[in-house]
Structures are given as C-alpha cells and as structure tokens.
Ligand binder design. Structure first.
Ligand SMILES: Nc1ncnc2c1ncn2[C@@H]1O[C@H](COP(=O)(O)OP(=O)(O)OP(=O)(O)O)[C@@H](O)[C@H]1O
Ligand SMILES: Cc1ncc(COP(=O)(O)O)c(N)n1
Length: 269
C-alpha cells in the first residue's frame, strides 16, 4: 500500500519539542511520510522563546508549491502561522490544491508566554482559514480569543457552548482541548454539529508539556491522512499524546518536551 503523505505548515522549534520538529516526529511515529513548510524560525529552549524570525510569504509559498505540485498531501496540519498574510496564503493554497484533512491548531501563545500569532491575525484566521478547516484544535485561551469572550472557560458545560459557537465559524469538526482546565481530568471535546464526544484521561502530574498541542494535532492529521474517521483519529491522537506526556523526557531546566516514541513503544509491550 502506498504510504500516506502528511504536511505540516508551522514554525520551527530549535529545541525539538514543539512546532515542525514535533509534527515530523509524530508523522514518522504514526507511519506516514512527513513533509514541511516552515512559516517562521524560532530560537527556543525549555526556558522559553528567545527569538522569532518569520519567513517571507514568498519563501512559504515556494515551499508549499514545491511539495504540493509534485508530491501532494493526504493530510495537513497547520501550527504557528504568525501573521494575517501567512494565514491568507495558506487558505489560498488549501483551495488551489483542493487539500483535504486539514487540521488547524490555532497556535497563539507559547507556554512561556511568547506571541506566536499577531493579534490582528485572529480576524484572518476566523474569516479565511477556519471555514476551510476539517477540524480545529484550540485550547481554552485560544477559543476564548477567537470568540472574543471576556470570561475564562472554566467547566465542561461552558466548553460545550464554546464548541457550538466555534462550529458556527465553519470548520467541519471542533476539537476543544481542556488541558488548561485547572481541575479534573485532561478532557477534550469533539463536536460535529450534532453530537459531543468526550475524551478524558487522568491528568498526569508533570510540568513537561512543551509541544503537547502540536503533537496532538499532528497525530490527528496523520490518522486522517491514513483514512481514519474523525472519532477514531482523535482517539489514537489522545492515546499518542497521553503516552508521550506520561513518558516525558527530562531535558533542560524549564518545561521539557514529551516523548514522541512512547506510544509505539507501549504498543510493542
Ligand atoms: N497534564 C496532562 N495530563 C494528561 N493530558 C494532558 C495534560 N496536559 C495536556 N494534556 C492533553 O494534551 C493535549 C494537548 O492539550 P493542551 O491543552 O495542553 O494543548 P495546548 O495548550 O494547545 O498545547 P501547547 O501548549 O503545546 O500549544 C490534550 O489532549 C490535553 O487534554
Ligand atoms: C514553533 C512553535 N510552535 C508552537 C509552539 C507551542 O507549543 P508550547 O505552547 O507547548 O510551547 C511553540 N512553542 N513553538
């Protein structure tokens, strides 16, 4: 059988835990052929983001055209897109190449607090990219920013209302991540316009969660690219990220990365 082809459009994380590097590791672990278009280079380690160097739209377009005109992609994940211009370019390419299985992780702020999406780009995200997305994977602060909510989302009932409001913006599915809820299990909610499906696991007591959102979204894209239905794709991604967090690697002196190989290793036992 030919291998499923996966493409990440995201920022480079020099420390290897998030961004392009996390996505490619995840694509590989889930037995797809991973490719990338780099939107920005970040100088990053476990202590934070030390520099952000966005690429020109010309360089991003050249990467996308090179890959998509020749190899193509069965699944796409977008991460750090940084500016309205980059978002508009990506939305244009999704249409031009009629891309399918688009997982949009609306990355806005890194765990250390650095800005990975300019404030004015949120409108472009809502108007151009969300309507062409198969699934969007916001965490709670990202959902709050997209919907311009004044109050924080604090419980499952509010999460359900928020998922419904996000669905109105046009994506086929909403995957609202509850990792930021301060109490209870690590709960995520999938909404398809009719039904809410909950995915929950016991919260793992660790600070080493650098790149969890990137890894989770990349795993969904890989499974969709291989032909999985959305509920099944999210379940594999949840198992993948839970294994990766449980077996996190103690590197650096700040918020360390997760272990992208843990899921495959646990399956072999
Ligand atoms: N401590 C934890 N234990 C178990 N699962 C967790 C934990 N923290 C996050 N998760 C899970 O990891 C996935 C990513 O969620 P999270 O809310 O951390 O994303 P995020 O904030 O977008 O990540 P990032 O900071 O990388 O952008 C979700 O499935 C979430 O439930
Ligand atoms: C290039 C890039 N993309 C995304 C994130 C978000 O990940 P986190 O919030 O875990 O730092 C990141 N830190 N860097």
């Amino acid at each position: 059988m030919p291998i499923a082809k996966t493409l990440t459009i995201a920022g480079s994380d020099s420390s290897g835990g998030a961004g392009i590097q996390a996505d490619l590791k995840t694509f590989q672990e889930l037995e797809t052929f991973g490719m990338s278009a780099i939107t920005a280079i970040t100088a990053q380690n476990t202590l934070g983001v030390h520099g952000v160097y966005p690429q020109s739209t010309e360089a991003i377009e050249a990467q996308l055209d090179a890959v998509l005109s020749d190899i193509g992609a069965d699944g796409v994940k977008t991460g750090m897109l940084f500016s309205a211009e980059i978002i508009e370019l990506v939305a244009k390419k999704v249409k031009e190449y009629q891309l399918k299985n688009i997982v949009v992780d609306p990355v806005m702020i890194a765990k250390g607090g650095a800005t990975l999406l300019q404030q004015e780009a949120i409108d472009a995200l809502k108007e151009k990219l969300l309507p062409v997305a198969t699934v969007i994977t916001p965490n709670l602060p990202e959902a709050q920013a997209i919907l311009e909510l004044e109050k924080e989302i604090t419980n499952i009932e509010e999460m359900e209302e928020v998922a419904k409001a996000l669905y109105e913006l046009g994506p086929e599915y909403i995957l609202l991540k509850g990792g930021h809820l301060t109490e209870g299990p690590a709960l995520d909610l999938l909404y398809d316009g009719k039904e809410m499906t909950k995915y929950h696991v016991e919260r793992i007591d660790t600070k080493h969660t650098h790149g969890t959102g990137c890894t989770f979204a990349a795993a969904i894209a890989a499974e969709l690219a291989k032909g999985a239905e959305i509920k099944e794709a999210v379940q594999v991604a949840k198992d993948f990220i839970t294994a990766a967090i449980s077996d996190s690697i103690q590197l650096g002196s700040g918020i360390g990365p997760t272990n992208h190989h843990a899921y495959q290793r646990s399956k072999r036992k």
